[in-house]
Design a protein around this ligand. Structure first.
Ligand SMILES: Nc1ncnc2c1ncn2[C@@H]1O[C@H](COP(=O)(O)OP(=O)(O)OP(=O)(O)O)[C@@H](O)[C@H]1O
Ligand SMILES: [Mg+2]
Length: 356
């Protein structure tokens, strides 16, 4: 297995460039804007920058301000004074204060409310802030890293993201290539996850056969490395033999797709075989993970929810939400629809499971 760089595996040219950028920018105390599709490793990159920087012994905090309720966002970020609002019986530090001397990772900034963007811009410009309900200016020495889905410019055009904040944060943009643009890394990552999950689940799976690897390489991985990791978990748990076979991969990829159309769209055209839907149907045998109940053609995250007895409903619900969000590529409206719950209820669950 190739060497991992701060937990990042892959030695494609694209990833070597990423490692080099991380090494270059880490020692400088400038903001970094990490751009990449869902599941491509943005948080890993943020942690790598922190760990390569002189702040490595300081705190690293990650926060997704977009999922905090409007009432809470300011007090979470900047803290609050005692008595600032009903329920504020004590004073509390916010993320900016507790990350003092370290790094604050602002995840998915495209979802940050405009008022919060203004507050953030002010903190970046003045290096100071006040707690909600407080008067004393507080100075905190924090390096800001931010992550965004690649469509941040669309948010700017739609006036939901402030260009002035964008320019402040994107002093050093670092783009993470999607997995389908670095297919060379797919077998390496698959092998890395296989070893990890074999150890975790104590399963006797020693490798992937040639056909299995070919299928993994040919797939488009809309959910990127996270999706690959999930597929390998499934393969390791469900493997019938020591070597993972091509048909098992086809089966696992069938389950990762939202529906057959998505699967087709997500498959490389250079592999016409993989495009034929019948391939999926023909090759699908029963796996130990598949529940006996009839499958819903729409919500096919069934294996995520049905793995083994002995898990709590909460675990299963959490996994189902994760799997569904992955299938919808983070689209919460679609995910809520598939899960048969309201969007608000999904938001609440995402928050309570800490999935943001
Ligand atoms: N190069 C890599 N090597 C090993 N594991 C990786 C790599 N890239 C990502 N991962 C793993 O894939 C998963 C997703 O990565 P991460 O959470 O960093 O992605 P992300 O871009 O922040 O995703 P999202 O946009 O959904 O928040 C994590 O479990 C992470 O450890
Ligand atoms: Mg992330």
């Amino acid at each position: 297995m190739s060497e991992a760089f701060h937990g990042m595996v892959g030695s494609s040219l694209a990833m070597r460039r990423v490692y080099k950028s991380i090494r270059n920018v880490s020692p400088l105390d400038v903001p970094v804007l990490i751009l990449g599709e869902s599941g491509s490793g943005k948080e890993l990159v943020a942690r790598a920058i922190h760990n390569e920087s002189p702040r490595r012994s300081g705190p690293f905090h990650a926060v997704n301000a977009g999922v905090l309720t409007p009432e809470l966002v300011a007090s979470e970020l900047f803290g609050h004074a005692k008595g600032a609002f009903t329920g504020a019986t004590t004073s509390k530090k916010g993320y900016f204060e507790s990350a003092d001397g370290g790094t604050l990772f602002l995840d998915e900034i495209s979802t940050m409310r405009l008022e919060t963007q203004i507050d953030l811009l002010r903190v970046i410009e003045t290096q100071t802030f006040t707690r909600v309900g407080g008067t004393a200016p507080i100075r905190s020495n924090v390096r800001i890293l931010a992550a965004a889905n690649v469509d941040l410019r669309r948010h700017i055009r739609a006036n939901t993201f402030r260009p002035d904040l964008y320019y402040r944060l994107s002093v050093f943009p670092l783009a993470l290539p999607p997995l389908r643009k670095r297919r060379k890394d797919i077998p390496v990552l698959a092998e890395y996850f296989r070893q990890r999950f074999v150890a975790e689940f104590n399963r006797p799976v020693v490798g992937f056969d040639q056909g299995a690897l070919r299928r993994l390489r040919a797939y488009d991985w809309p959910g990127n490395v996270r999706e690959l990791s999930n597929v390998v978990i499934r393969l390791v748990i469900a493997a019938r033999d020591q070597m993972v076979t091509e048909s098992e991969v086809i089966d696992a990829l069938h389950h990762t797709a939202l529906d057959p159309q998505t699967q087709t769209a997500g498959t490389v055209a250079s592999d016409p075989d993989a495009l034929a839907e019948s391939v999926y149907d023909d090759a699908r045998g029963d796996t130990p993970m598949r529940p006996a109940s009839p499958e819903s053609p729409e919500v096919d995250g069934s294996d995520a929810a049905g793995i083994t007895a002995g898990r709590t409903i909460i675990d299963v619900e959490r996994d189902l939400i994760v799997a569904t969000l992955e299938q919808t590529r983070g689209n919460r409206t679609k995910a809520a629809k598939l899960l048969g719950i309201s969007r608000k209820s999904l938001y609440n669950k995402i928050r309570s499971y800490g999935l943001e």
